[in-house]
Design a protein around this ligand. Structure first.
Ligand SMILES: [Zn+2]
Length: 325
């Protein structure tokens, strides 16, 4: 017979999980959240309220002669998206040549045959680097580490050439609440975040006892098949020797292009995918209303400031473009 004590022991984990969640929620409810309807006023409000008026002024005074280049600027975000799109188009040239050789037609993005060819040929790929304490220096070291990984991949001999192009993105994740909240919708994300968190701690990227951290990852397109990615990348994107939950065999997240949409539309969508001007958490960690949780002023201010410190001129430090083989 199971004693009352044994039952309590079994419940202990659940109870402590709930308690941490309740305490974290109470702490959040007493902190100011961002104001304003759109991303831009919210970012400005957050910056001004947290003694980052210089950056707020830079974004507010953005002009033709002095672009602020913030993803939270109405004028600069489309330019950032365009820069990523152009980088993707540049890589497409080798595939254009294949299309022209196969069909005898000129590569033209408006052409249906070309559109179908590219939609079938390319894949949308995403990769996780790790979780970082909110600090530009740490995030920069993470990007450096990821670039080094690609350098090593390039150095290995392969007869399966491919290219990949996209950009790095920073996503604010309240991992403490996520890990302590029992929510069916979050189960998958929770499992992934646990793996990434443990790995990032080992790497020395999570250095404080904060609630939120930056999830450094990238989104891009590639002309590699899934088999090619598996063979060439091997286990380089595994964390601590283990493939991340819910990922493709290559350790990356690989999606097909939408075959029912024109290639041009798919390209536009993916090139802006990794350039969000988020002011809410993508995954709600407090309730079950996914995407409804606004960031605290301090959190949004930290996110906007970290982008400003990390991205480099013309977002150069956030660009990802590699040719393998
Ligand atoms: Zn601007």
């Amino acid at each position: 017979m199971v004693s009352q004590f044994e039952k309590m022991k079994a419940q202990r984990g659940e109870i402590s999980k709930k308690l941490v969640g309740t305490m974290a929620r109470a702490a959040r409810n007493s902190s100011p959240i961002v104001e304003g309807y759109h991303a831009n006023p919210r970012a400005l409000d957050a910056l001004v309220s947290t003694e980052c008026s210089d950056l707020a002024k830079k974004i507010q005074d953005c002009s033709h002669g002095a672009r602020c280049q913030s993803p939270y600027c109405r004028r600069c975000r489309p330019m950032f998206v365009n820069t990523v799109r152009n980088q993707m188009l540049k890589n497409l040239k080798s595939d254009d040549a294949v299309f022209e050789a196969q069909t005898g037609k000129t590569a033209n993005i408006e052409d249906t045959n070309y559109s179908n060819f590219m939609n079938n040929k390319l894949v949308h790929v995403s990769g996780y680097v790790g979780l970082f304490s909110i600090n530009a220096g740490l995030v920069k070291s993470g990007i450096k580490c990821d670039r080094h990984r690609w350098k090593k991949i390039k150095e290995r001999k392969t007869n399966r050439p491919f290219w990949i192009a996209g950009n790095y993105e920073l996503e604010l994740v309240n991992f403490k609440l996520l890990l302590h909240t029992t929510n069916e919708d979050n189960a998958k994300k929770q499992k992934q975040i646990r793996q990434i968190y443990d790995y990032s701690k080992q790497q020395g990227w999570i250095v404080w006892h904060e609630d939120a951290a930056l999830l450094l990852h990238w989104h891009g397109i590639s002309n590699a098949s899934k088999d090619t990615l598996t063979e060439v990348i091997g286990s380089d994107y595994y964390m601590d020797g283990t493939k991340l939950y819910n990922m493709h065999e290559s350790g990356l997240f690989v999606q097909k292009f939408h075959l029912d949409k024109p290639f041009k539309k798919n390209l536009d969508k993916i090139s802006s995918y990794g350039i969000k001007n988020a002011t809410r958490y993508k995954h709600s960690f407090i309730g079950s209303d996914a995407g409804d949780e606004l960031m605290l002023k301090q959190e949004l201010s930290d996110l906007v400031s970290t982008y400003d410190e990390v991205q480099g001129r013309n977002w150069r430090s956030l660009m990802l473009s590699h040719t393998i083989g």
